[in-house]
Design a protein around this ligand. Structure first.
Ligand code: MN
Length: 243
């Protein structure tokens, strides 16, 4: 499922949570032992956009990404972007649009920069969690491996380019594998920006904001990126996004 499709379903879930708000709140308050992540998921969404459900348990990426990092990154940062976006679009014509359409409609508009930043950060984080999986890494599916060889010479060279982009991004941002026309490219973007704003089709991303790795790796961004590429990267998700 592409993130754009997921966006439609997450908006649906958001409305359901809204309708079932009282019941959801009763469940949330009755389970004091829930993890930070589960509490975030149980909370009713006050707006059209909702926090996606993580595709794995909050400790499933251990030890590369700890449940402590997930608790803050997903449960606080990602949730914060969703909450801010809901507040910012309330009562505007953007409230009825899909997440991808909000990103496209606000990109490059100086008056809508706060909406763009929060919408794109929700989109980017949805895409990031899907770009990882427990027991990831390894060899990409054949179709993707062929494209990597055609564009970079080898799978290893493509991974090196991703690592270079992730380490070369000055300050907060993202490293991406993307399709630009018929060609596979590696790009980096700053802050909330993503390759869709330049007409590219993202296949995979690595979050290189410090909140993605600081609790586990402190200043060693290279160790985080290498471990993600070796052990968590979800090449199957990237290959599916080729379709
Ligand atoms: Mn992040």
């Amino acid at each position: 499922m592409s993130p754009i499709d997921r966006d439609e379903s997450s908006r649906f879930v958001g409305r359901r949570h809204f309708l079932l708000g009282a019941a959801g709140l009763a469940v949330a308050t009755g389970l004091g032992g829930l993890s930070r992540v589960a509490r975030a998921q149980a909370a009713p969404a006050a707006g059209p956009f909702s926090l996606m459900k993580l595709p794995y348990a909050d400790n499933a990426l251990d030890p590369v990404i700890s449940s402590n990092t997930i608790g803050f990154h997903y449960g606080k940062h990602h949730k914060g972007y969703v909450d801010n976006l809901n507040k910012l679009v309330a009562g505007t014509d953007l409230a009825d649009k899909s997440l991808a359409k909000v990103v496209a409609a606000t990109a490059g508009n100086a008056e809508k920069v706060a909406i763009f930043n929060n919408a794109a950060q929700v989109w980017n984080h949805d895409f990031y969690w899907m770009s990882l999986k427990p027991g990831g890494g390894g060899e990409p599916p054949a179709e993707l491996a062929k494209l990597m060889e055609a564009s970079f010479g080898s799978v290893a060279a493509c991974k090196d380019e991703l690592k270079k982009a992730a380490l070369g991004q000055f300050g907060s941002g993202w490293a991406w594998l993307a399709m630009d026309g018929g060609k596979l490219v590696v790009v980096k973007t700053g802050n909330a920006d993503n390759p869709t704003t330049k007409g590219m089709k993202p296949l995979l991303t690595i979050d290189v904001w410090e909140h993605a790795y600081y609790l586990d790796y402190q200043n060693k961004r290279a160790d985080y990126v290498q471990a993600v590429l070796d052990k968590l990267v979800n090449w199957g998700f990237a290959a599916k996004n080729l379709a």
